[in-house]
Design a protein around this ligand. Structure first.
Ligand code: NAP
Length: 399
């Protein structure tokens, strides 16, 4: 029985993780659940799985949760400190990092530090502090298993082979809803249009990231750290059908691709069951009908965010943390109709080029870079006329 601590249990990934748990009740026990403010969904999860520890974003949400479900025998916590307690609980064998954004950084880092295996969906944490996280995992022997479908595909294609045998990692990308939209109309893109992803159903922040292709940029950075391959050997390939989840070209010219249905339960189950493979209650590919697969290069002029991600890797130090913070601030502003779509890449670029990016030697260096970049991004948006601080906006990261 594997004890799971699930961060972000109420989200799109979190609920799919619990579907896998339900499909294999003899293999998993839910030790802890951490969520933000969706107390209705969390109450159902607590009633069903009776975890030992639960954490929510704040005291208000905890009060509401207590009115919805019996919390006797359940340790309750709030905030980032609460998430850390969930992630590092003594009975947890694996932490599932499925919260969205920078709020997952400290809990995920602490889980690795405590020697817990981590199934990672929360890519922002690796973008912010990839080198530090990999170093902690190497020290404690904790495994970092990707849930992102692209990285899960790369993990399977690599099958333990190191960077020396790799010519290129080829990350596939659907291209999002604006792959063919005329560039001159990008300023008129609405929230609803951007939230309509053609192939995947996901939380709002990653859906906007997919529309700007920042998601693919974050994934390039994630791949750089997870697989130790230099950025010039990580390429993005547009593949609108999302059937091939990514590919590895080896030094001998062989290309291995991983193919499966577009259902996040496939990579989630892979991460949760690794190194075993279990009979899944998920449908397979239907090859009885003709299928047309397109593969082509990305348009960097249309999607500058992808270029910004490579630039952050080139700048090094805490630049990727700054890129991530600027993106989170700009996406939140767009989702609240305070900034146009085109402000997202512009804000990121200005934040990246505005300041120097010192080395990321400690977690404090990273959280300080995150704080500074958020401030800078708000200034940039204010100049553009979109700068109110949203009530309930994420508090600065605390250690
Ligand atoms: N969805 C996908 O298919 C997919 C695929 C690959 C990678 N990912 C990555 O997985 C992560 C989660 O994505 P998602 O689509 O599942 O997002 P989502 O549906 O928006 O869920 C986000 C989760 O994070 C929690 N959360 C937000 N703020 C929090 C806070 N301050 N404290 C504690 N918990 C907080 C939310 O809690 P409440 O809802 O209770 O507030 C929710 O449980 C992201 O990093 C994303 O890039 C997602």
């Amino acid at each position: 029985m594997k004890g799971l601590a699930i961060l972000g249990s109420t989200g799109s990934i979190g609920t799919n993780v619990l579907r896998i748990v339900d499909a294999f009740p003899d293999r998993f026990g839910v030790v802890g659940l951490a969520a933000g403010r969706n107390v209705e969904r969390l109450a159902e999860q607590v009633a069903r799985h009776r975890p030992r520890v639960v954490s929510v974003a704040d005291e208000d949400s905890l009060g509401q949760l207590g009115r919805l479900v019996d919390l006797s025998g359940v340790t309750t916590r709030v905030g980032v400190g609460g998430m850390v307690e969930v992630a590092t609980h003594g009975d947890a064998d694996m932490a599932v990092a499925a919260a969205v954004g920078a709020v997952g950084l400290v809990p995920t880092y602490r889980a690795l530090e405590a020697g817990k295996d981590v199934a990672l969906a929360n890519k922002e944490t690796l973008v912010m502090a990839g080198e530090l996280m990999l170093a902690r995992a190497a020290e404690t022997g904790a495994r970092l298993l990707p849930i992102d479908s692209e990285h899960c595909a790369l993990h399977q294609c690599l099958d333990g082979r190191g960077p020396d045998e790799v010519r290129r990692l080829l990350l596939t990308a659907s291209g999002g809803p604006f792959r063919n939209r005329p560039r001159e109309t990008f300023d008129r893109i609405t929230r609803e249009e951007a939230l309509a992803h053609p192939t995947w159903k996901m939380g709002p922040k990653i859906t906007i990231d997919s529309a700007t292709m920042m998601n693919k940029g974050l994934e390039v950075i994630e791949a750089r750290w997870l697989f130790g391959v230099s950025p010039d050997r990580i390429q993005v390939v547009i593949h609108p059908q999302s059937v091939i989840h990514s590919m590895v070209e080896f030094v001998d010219g062989t290309v291995l691709a991983q193919v499966s249905v577009t259902d996040m339960r496939v990579p989630i189950q892979y991460a949760l069951s690794y190194p075993e493979r279990w009979d899944a209650a998920i449908g397979g590919m239907d090859f009885s009908k003709a299928m047309h697969l397109e593969l082509g290069p990305p348009d960097l002029a249309r999607f500058p965010c992808l270029g910004h991600a490579y630039r952050a890797l080139e700048l090094g130090g805490t630049a990727a943390a700054a890129l991530n913070a600027a993106n989170e601030v700009a996406v939140a502003a767009f989702l609240e109709d305070r900034a146009p779509f085109a402000a997202i890449p512009q804000t990121i670029q200005e934040v990246l080029e505005a300041d120097a990016h010192p080395a990321a030697r400690t977690l404090e260096d990273v959280t300080e870079a995150d704080r500074r970049a958020r401030e800078r991004a708000r200034e940039v948006l204010a100049r553009r006329g979109g700068a109110r601080t949203r009530p309930g906006a994420p508090a600065p990261l605390s250690l």
